[in-house]
Structures are given as C-alpha cells and as structure tokens.
Write a protein that binds this ligand. Structure first.
Ligand SMILES: CCCCCC/C=C/C(=O)SCCNC(=O)CCNC(=O)[C@H](O)C(C)(C)COP(=O)(O)OP(=O)(O)OC[C@H]1O[C@@H](n2cnc3c(N)ncnc32)[C@H](O)[C@@H]1OP(=O)(O)O
Length: 392
C-alpha cells in the first residue's frame, strides 16, 4: 500500500460518489443496523464528499469495496496485474468482502460514513480512540502474526462499549479473519475492560418518529452480529483481559476457548436495563450451567468472578492478571502451529450439531429485544445511566 498512497488519495472515489445528490440535513446519528434505504445510501455517498479530513487510504479502500459490493455484489472481475498497484488494491479490498450481501454492504457503507462524519464534526476530538492507520478500522486494532489474527476492541476510555460502528467493524474484521491464512482468531480488549457491552448512547438522539425504525434496525444488526459468531468457521478464542458486561458476556459461549484474567468479571444486567438476554444465552447458558445458575445471571443480573465463571464452564481457564498476556499468547502460539484444516474441521463438526438451534434462538432474542427497546422500562434505565443517577 505504501507506494500507492498518493495516487489512491486522488483516485479512490467511485464515480457515483461524486454524483451531485441532495445533501441530508444531518448525518450525525449513526444509522443503526442493516436495512439502510437507497436514500440513506445515496446521502452517505454525498456526505463522503463533504468530509473535512482525509480519512486515509485504508478507509477509502473500505468505502470503495463496500460501494462496489452494495451496487454490483461480489467481486467477479478479473484480478488486475501485479504492476497495476492501485486497481489491485481496490480489487483486493472488494474481493475480501466475499459474499457479503448487498444490503449489508450498503448498511456498512452508511454506518462507516456516519462514523466518519461525526468524528470529523467533533472539534474536541483531537485524536481518535483507535489508531486509524491500522487496517482501516477506527474502533478496533486488527493484527495478524504467528498464525493468529487478533481483533482488539479499542475504546479503552469508554471501557470498550460497543457502538454501532464497532458492531459493524467487528463483523467486517471477522469476515476478513475467516478468509485470511491465520489458524486462530482472538478477540480481546484494550485497557482495563474486555467490554462494557452495548454502548448505551446507541439509544440516544433519536426523535420519537424514528424510534420504531431504529429498534427494527437494531434488531437486524444484533441478529447479524451474533450470526457472525455462530457461523465463524475457524477456532475463535476470547482473551478476556478484564470485566465483561452484557453482550460481551453472552457471546462468549459462541467462542471455542475463553481465557480470562483473574481480574475479569461477568455481568449481564439485562433486567436492570429493562432488557432481555441475547447472544443465544437464553439457550446456551441454561444448557451450560443449568437453569438456576443461568437465571441468577440472566434474570437477576448476578455478577460472576472469573473463578465462578470458570466453575460454570463459561470460562475455559483463568490466569493471574500479572501473567495473563504472556501465558495466553504462549499457549495460543503453540496451538496455532497445529494443522490448520484439522482444527477448522473439528470446530465446524462441534458447531454443526447446534447451528440451526443457535440461529433460531438468535432470531427470537433479537425480535424480543426489538420490542423491549421500545418499553418505558428500557428507556428509563438508559436515561438513568446516562444521567448518572444510577449505575449498575
Ligand atoms: C443494536 C445493538 C445490539 C444491542 C445488544 C444488546 C446488548 C445489551 C448489553 O450489552 S446490556 C449491557 C450494557 N452495558 C451496561 O449497562 C454497562 C454500563 N456501564 C457501566 O455500568 C459502567 O460504565 C461500568 C461498570 C462499565 C464502568 O464503571 P466505571 O469504572 O465507574 O467507569 P465509568 O462509568 O466512568 O465509564 C468510563 C466512561 O465510559 C462510558 N461507558 C462505559 N460503559 C458504557 C456503556 N456501556 N455505554 C455507554 N458509555 C459507557 C462511561 O459513560 C464513561 O464515559 P464518560 O467518561 O463519562 O464520558
């Protein structure tokens, strides 16, 4: 990429992006979930032209790829020659999206532009929380070495709370990791938390007439996000470096290994938030730990220590915080040298027994949450958190 940087800055933008379409009044709110309309998409294309800051070549390539995928579907054009650097970079970015549905690509495009717009609007935001230079992700750091692809949640000052953009980027990162030549994929968090779960500001700045549509899109986003974990084809490991809350706890059961620091805790305060379980936990948790222990966590919001979570089978192994990184990565490096295809096939054999059930549970949980998000109980709990009147 380094050699094509200057030219890409000038030449990345698809023709349609330059078309003169009506500019929306404001695109500050992230358009959550799949299902962006053609109008949203066109508005986003126009918004790109108004960005004050150059978003960098990686982001531009991602926008280009999403645009092509959204408008033409999977890449089927011949791969440009090795010396055609710019077109090859574009082709690679588009091709990496594989069979991502047009609808999803369109929404990802809209969300990516929305994130770029709001970050360039925020004058106080001197430096983004994520390192933009790394692989084009704004909220994640994705690295690959020694046969291991690491996806690190990177909003440490917000305890790695998951924004709409972050859900989208995690899906993109998983899609890329599923296709790269690594053996193992690892999800971890930067800073003191693994993740504090759904970013509760995802529910704010919504006008009353938008609420239902927002909830509908939220449910689709949730279903697609969890679906990526259900279908992930390679061994997937969670390196839980600190406390985990909400959806960052429930999805753990969809990982093959969960290694936790002894500083980690596991908390699912759904009822406190007027919400209900997701991440397939309404099925996986009772199956794993029995209905009583699952009820304590999912209904009554009991927080587990790492040792308790390990005793319930949610965590595979607990490590002292002081040696967590060293021990986990040493272990994973050794595992990553095992025959790649055998690992992959074994993982899929285990998962295939319950894939259908997991997808059905995921769809049902998402449908129920869509209703919950419209409830007074949920709205009040979120407003309480945001006004700091009450914290879990
Ligand atoms: C459409 C998407 C699908 C949704 C799926 C459904 C998912 C459900 C869930 O995940 S439910 C769980 C939601 N999470 C929470 O309820 C956690 C809320 N946060 C907290 O309770 C606390 O912040 C804490 C216990 C995680 C940490 O407390 P503390 O150590 O005292 O730190 P701060 O509270 O000061 O946090 C620092 C900074 O981060 C912001 N922040 C942390 N977590 C979240 C969050 N989940 N949403 C939004 N913001 C969060 C916090 O506001 C502080 O910001 P500030 O410095 O004040 O700007």
């Amino acid at each position: 990429m380094a050699g094509v940087t200057g030219r890409l800055v000038r030449g990345w933008c698809p023709r349609a992006v330059r078309s003169s379409l009506q500019v929306p009044a404001q695109l500050h709110m992230s358009k959550t979930a799949m299902g962006a309309s053609q109008k949203d998409f066109e508005s986003a294309m126009n918004q790109v032209k108004l960005l004050e800051k150059d978003p960098g070549n990686e982001v531009k390539l991602k926008l280009y790829a999403l645009y092509k995928q959204a408008t033409e579907g999977p890449c089927s054009t011949p791969k440009p020659g090795v010396f055609d650097l710019i077109n090859k970079a574009k082709w690679d970015a588009w091709n990496a999206l594989g069979n991502l549905p047009k609808e999803t690509a369109r929404q990802n495009y809209v969300d990516l532009v929305s994130g770029l717009s709001s970050s360039s609007d925020s004058s106080s935001q001197v430096k983004p929380e994520a390192d933009r230079e790394q692989a084009g992700y704004e909220t994640l750091v994705m690295t690959s070495e020694d046969g291991i692809t690491k996806i690190m949640l990177n909003r440490p000052t917000k305890m790695n709370a998951l924004t709409t953009q972050m859900y989208q980027e995690i899906m993109l990162a998983l899609e890329a990791a599923s296709k790269d030549d690594s053996t193992i994929t690892v999800l971890t968090g930067n800073g003191s938390y693994f993740s504090s779960g759904n970013d509760l500001t995802n529910f704010t700045h919504i006008s009353p007439d938008e609420i239902e549509e927002k909830a509908r899109r939220g449910a689709i986003l949730l279903r697609d996000f969890v679906g990526c974990f259900i279908d992930f084809p390679k061994p997937l490991v969670a390196a839980v470096n600190g406390p985990a809350v909400g959806i960052s706890v429930t999805i753990l059961r969809l990982f093959d290994l969960v290694y936790a620091s002894d500083r980690a805790t596991f908390h699912t305060p759904f009822s406190h938030l007027g919400q209900t379980p997701e991440g397939c936990s309404s099925y996986t948790f009772p199956k794993l730990m029995g209905p009583g222990k699952a009820a304590e966590m999912l209904i009554f919001g009991k927080k587990l220590t790492a040792a308790e979570a390990c005793a319930q089978g949610l965590v595979t192994e607990v490590f002292p915080d002081s040696t967590f990184q060293k021990e986990v990565w040493t272990r994973l490096k050794a595992y990553s040298k095992l025959p790649r295809n055998a690992l992959r096939i074994s993982k899929q054999m285990i998962r295939n027994h319950e894939k259908e059930k997991l997808h059905a549970t995921n769809a049902e949980e998402s449908r129920i949450l869509q209703e919950r998000w419209l409830s007074d109980e949920c709205m009040n709990a979120i407003m309480n958190f945001l006004s700091r009147k009450a914290k879990m």
